[in-house]
Write a protein of this length. Structure first.
Length: 141
């Protein structure tokens, strides 16, 4: 008897997040932006965290930013990543706005190549065996 290794969990878009995932599938990164005060929101929300307006629209963002934080994962507790440890999760602050944060995954252990504040850029990763694409981040070239 053989068992298949667990597959990665894939996002399940809903009415609020569908525009984000549609853009990602096309290789574009988007975030909600308040049309009243200009504040970007991510993850998506129904109301602006800054001015409480409901007038949020999806707008393209650069995908360029700085490494805000990262963590090296050694435990095999995340479904679909059991055979990938160690790996790094990265939190990137986009250039558009302070604290506009996006999460990503980088394979490999902490090799000293990451430093807080270093330039980062988005790339798009197709999840093997699915139709899903994820935005990920890597050190800028």
């Amino acid at each position: 008897m053989t068992t298949d290794s667990p597959r990665r969990v894939v996002p399940q878009p809903d009415e609020l997040t569908q525009p984000f995932w549609d853009a990602v599938a096309e290789g574009r990164l988007m975030a909600q932006r308040c049309q009243q005060c200009g504040f970007y929101s991510h993850p998506p929300r129904i109301i602006c965290n800054e001015c409480h307006s409901f007038d949020l629209k999806w707008e393209p963002v650069s995908g360029k930013g700085k490494l805000y934080s990262y963590e090296v994962m050694h435990m095999q507790s995340i479904t679909g990543f059991e055979d990938r440890v160690p790996y790094r999760t990265v939190l990137v602050e986009l250039d558009e706005q302070p604290k506009l944060l996006f999460l990503g995954y980088l394979p490999g252990a902490d090799d000293g190549s990451l430093t807080l504040g270093m330039p980062m850029e988005v790339f798009f990763e197709k999840i093997e065996g699915t139709d899903q694409t994820l935005p990920q981040f890597r050190p800028a070239k």
